[in-house]
Design a protein around this ligand. Structure first.
Ligand code: NAD
Length: 492
């Protein structure tokens, strides 16, 4: 890696130099060192990838599932063997701590493991004698070429919510990583190449809007999985649907935690701080608002403020660092402006992370954990996705008011409750309008054998990533009704 290294694409089993005329610097957010240059690939390169993937599909779908998963077993082993290098690459380009990057890759590997069970997951059904001598069956077949468009905050994990399932089901695939963090997929594709997958089965195209629009327009790309911000999710969802494609789009979030007076405060504070400040708050399952109910206010406020101030901020590669930088200087400015907006709306900046002063990394995109108190529930700061290490505190009198606040938001990615009451937990699980629910959990990230849900403006589509949802997304059902002559047995 160096500032002049131009990242190649991987198309039809070959590493190829892009014919792009525009490039972006890939920047280490802790040091602002330029790590490489990413090409903004033109539409023609997406088209080449789509054509190669369409050609490869002919044989790949005929390859038995048991053989297809052998490549995934190899990939799993290669990912394990290279875990340290992959985690380091994520930290270099994305800023999170090495422990967070390692955890991210473990989640990626988990999806490969689940997809290896495709022989069970892809089975259809058959019912004999739906009428006398007539059998009816439903079989699952792959779609063809599918593509993923990924965000910056989990450069290693998010493509794995989709890609292993797509391949296991017999589809061929294209990945377009975020142009801000394209290095991790370079490493993953070096490993994919080592598995010996047939050429064209898996392709990598770097780029930004032009590449995305080419994916949306290419007639041979049958399905698109997108993860990113809500405005772009809406755009992708409508364009892909207008072009007749199957589409699933995961969007932004504004996740609330509710703290009841009977919660275990030591545990709740620790978990809430990890949720709000882990990955520098750049997680679609990060807590952004903590709602204290009744007596919870005083104890929780003091404890979370103390915990936030103690968090060790720095370069994610350094030992002992608990929180890294945010991704870009634009993100840092946007987050700082939102903190000011909160103050202008009447909130108290209880812990102010805007003057980070990180020794040795003065140019890095750092913000320390920040807590806003007495946030107006109707104000912008309580409702806008901040995507940074900022927790807003709101106080309400009852759990009903808290649930009403949760349900009034535009997003529905995650909502969490902290309590010792089973009845309160059940009420919350039942009534909260979010796709991922945590009870005494701060980041309710589903394991790979559950779908990664999301409601309202956090998700557009029907089937989510991971697990059986991914298998359904990457297959189409065919129903066959069969009749044979009444005396068929006499023919033998
Ligand atoms: P983003 O929407 O800016 O970019 C995501 C992808 O879309 C990138 O690959 C980018 O190249 C492409 N893109 C951006 N603008 C485009 C445009 N105008 N037309 C076509 N393509 C475009 O998102 P981001 O900043 O990389 O990621 C952060 C966002 O992702 C946050 O909102 C976060 O909540 C969300 N996110 C959601 C989930 C989830 O599971 N719901 C998971 C991770 C991240």
């Amino acid at each position: 890696m160096n500032a002049n290294h131009i990242l190649p694409n991987y198309i039809n089993g070959q590493w190829c130099t892009s014919s792009a005329t525009e490039y972006l610097d890939v920047i280490n957010p802790a040091t602002v060192e330029v790590l490489a240059k990413v090409p903004l690939s033109p539409a023609s390169e997406v088209n080449q990838a789509a054509e190669a993937a369409a050609e490869a599909f002919v044989n790949w779908r005929r390859t038995p599932p048991t053989e297809r998963v052998q490549y995934l077993f190899k990939l799993k082993n290669l990912l394990e063997e290279n875990l340290e290098d992959l985690a380091r690459t994520i930290t270099l380009e994305c800023g999170k701590t090495l422990a967070e990057s390692t955890g991210e890759m473990r989640r990626a590997i988990e999806n490969v493991e689940v997809a290896c069970g495709i022989g069970m997951m892809m089975q259809g059904t058959i019912l004999e004698d739906v009428a006398k001598g007539i059998d009816e069956m439903m079989i699952r077949q792959p779609l063809g070429v599918a593509a993923a468009i990924a965000p910056f905050n989990f450069p290693g994990m998010i493509p794995f919510w989709f890609m292993p399932y797509a391949l296991a089901c017999g589809n061929t695939y294209i990945i377009k990583p975020s142009e801000k963090v394209p290095l991790t997929m370079q490493k993953v594709f070096q490993l994919l190449e080592k598995t010996g997958l047939p050429k064209g089965v898996i392709n990598l195209v770097n780029g930004a809007k032009e590449a995305v629009d080419a994916i949306l327009d290419h007639p041979k790309i049958r399905a698109i999985s997108f993860v990113g911000s809500t405005p772009v999710a809406k755009y992708i969802y409508s364009q892909a649907a207008a072009n007749g494609k199957r589409v699933q789009c995961q969007g932004g979030a504004k996740n609330p935690l509710i703290v009841l007076p009977d919660a275990d405060f030591e545990m709740t504070t620790r978990i809430a701080a990890d949720s709000a400040f882990g990955c520098a708050g750049q997680r679609c399952l990060a807590a952004s608002v903590a709602v204290t109910v009744g007596e919870a206010r005083r104890t929780f406020t003091e404890a979370i403020a103390e915990t936030a101030q103690k968090r060790v901020v720095g370069n994610g590669l350094d030992q002992g660092v608990e929180m890294g930088p945010v991704i870009t200087t634009e993100s840092k400015t946007r987050i700082e402006d939102l903190i000011q907006k909160g103050a202008d709306e009447g909130a108290t900046v209880l812990v102010d992370g805007r003057q980070p002063d990180i020794s040795g990394y003065e140019k890095g995109h750092f913000i320390r954990p920040t807590i806003l108190q007495n946030v107006d529930p109707a104000g912008e700061i309580a409702r806008t996705e901040i995507f940074g290490p900022v927790l807003s505190l709101i106080h309400l009198d009852t759990i009903d008011q808290a649930i009403a606040l949760v349900n009034s938001g535009q997003y529905g990615n995650m909502a969490c409750l902290f309590t010792n009451s089973g009845a309160a937990a059940r009420k919350f699980r039942y009534e909260a309008e979010a796709g991922n629910i945590g009870i005494n959990i701060g980041v309710a990230a589903p394991m790979a054998f559950f779908p990664f849900s999301g409601w309202k403006e956090s998700f557009f589509g029907d089937l989510h990533g991971q697990s059986n949802h991914a298998v359904e997304f990457f297959t189409q059902t065919k129903v066959v009704v069969e009749r044979w002559p009444k005396d068929w047995s006499r023919q033998f």
